[in-house]
Design a protein around this ligand. Structure first.
Ligand code: SAM
Ligand code: SF4
Length: 328
């Protein structure tokens, strides 16, 4: 699948649920209303969609959410998709908040998952509870230990929050070095109504990188994971650090991905509202011809790029849906 701007679409991210056991302040409102279960695709339907995308050229699948590991029986989906590894699919991975990893790390490794992203914004238990509104950091640290025992490569995702965790980045770089994890810092993106003020949370990573360079030797690399991050090698720790800067740097020209929600809506860009309904062709026939046609048609509508801007006067989100709907 090649889009109108010549980009080959080889990467699908699937949000398997919009639900989550945490309520990170930049991601969700405390009193989120979740989708009625009847609207959510079954695990079998998600597998069928995944298979259709693989037939059309997708080589990498990432399950995300919401929190993918809170979806009941999610291992059934990992198992069926994992069976497609080496059979069109090169990589199966997930993004998780880590709270359930202690239980799932070993089974994930058994079905062929090799690398995972774990979101962790702070190493301070009190701050963790405040950012997630009620999470316990101990659960995530146990999960990370289980991931390491299971041989999973871990990348820590940290959202940079002004005045909240900005004093911790040096410590996080060192800690990741000790633990053998890569680190990726992310700017907050204006998605979905939340109770906090986005403008207050936004911290440009250009500033963070400049500060880190005073302490660490960061050597630019051309390492890419097919994602939007720019990576540097940290000489002092021997690990990588990535920066995702949607607000200050346009990462769209190399975008190879599309995103599917748990209701079967395909978003061709994280930062745009245009979408395609795949649930209808999926459910209308057991034959996949209509489904594949709908996917191909959607790819012809992939936009050139996002238009994230922080609306400084009104601090309205640029995109009305939450990150947990399309999957981060
Ligand atoms: N629950 C899982 C987790 O937290 O990793 C997967 C879904 S979460 C939506 C995926 C990633 O998006 C997380 O790393 C999270 O920190 C990030 N995220 C959520 N809302 C965001 C926002 N408004 N701006 C930037 N990143 C955001
Ligand atoms: Fe849940 Fe992940 Fe959103 Fe936090 S960032 S509320 S863990 S979906």
């Amino acid at each position: 699948m090649i889009d109108p701007f010549g980009r080959r679409i080889t990467y699908l991210r699937v949000s398997v649920t919009d639900r989550c056991d945490l309520r990170c302040v930049y991601c969700m409102a405390e009193d989120m209303t979740f989708l009625p279960k009847a609207e959510v695709l079954t695990l079998e339907e998600l597998d069928r969609l995944g298979a259709a995308f693989i037939r059309l050229g997708v080589r990498k699948l990432r399950l995300t959410g919401g929190e993918p590991l809170v979806r009941r029986d999610v291992m059934r989906l990992f198992t069926s998709l994992g069976a497609r590894l080496g059979n069109g699919l090169d990589e199966l991975t997930l993004t998780t908040n880590g709270t359930q990893l202690a239980r799932y790390a070993a089974p994930l490794s058994e079905v062929g998952v090799r690398r995972i992203n774990v979101s962790l914004d702070t190493l301070d238990a009190g701050k963790f509870a405040a950012i997630t509104r009620w999470g316990r950091i101990g659960q995530v640290l146990e999960g990370l230990a289980a991931a390491r025992s299971a041989g999973l490569a871990v990348k820590i995702n940290t959202v940079a929050l002004k005045g909240v965790n900005e004093d911790e980045f040096e410590r996080l770089v060192e800690w990741c070095g000790q633990e053998g994890f890569d680190l990726c810092l992310i700017e907050t993106m204006p998605m979905g109504e939340i109770s906090a003020d986005r403008v207050d949370q936004y911290l440009p990573l250009s500033l963070v990188r400049a500060r880190l360079k005073r302490r660490f030797t960061l050597a630019e690399t051309d390492y890419r994971t097919g994602g939007p991050a720019r990576y540097y090698n940290v000489a002092e720790t021997g690990r990588r650090i990535g920066f995702i800067t949607p607000m200050t740097h346009n990462f769209c020209e190399s975008c190879n991905r599309v995103r599917l929600t748990c209701t079967g809506t395909l978003f061709m860009c994280l930062g745009q509202e245009d979408s395609a309904d795949l649930r209808r062709p999926l459910r209308s026939s057991a034959d996949d011809a209509a489904l594949e046609a709908a996917i191909r048609e959607a790819i012809t509508r992939k936009p050139k790029g996002h238009d994230f801007v922080i609306d400084r006067r009104h601090s309205r989100p640029a995109v009305s849906r939450h990150m947990s709907v399309t999957g981060g």
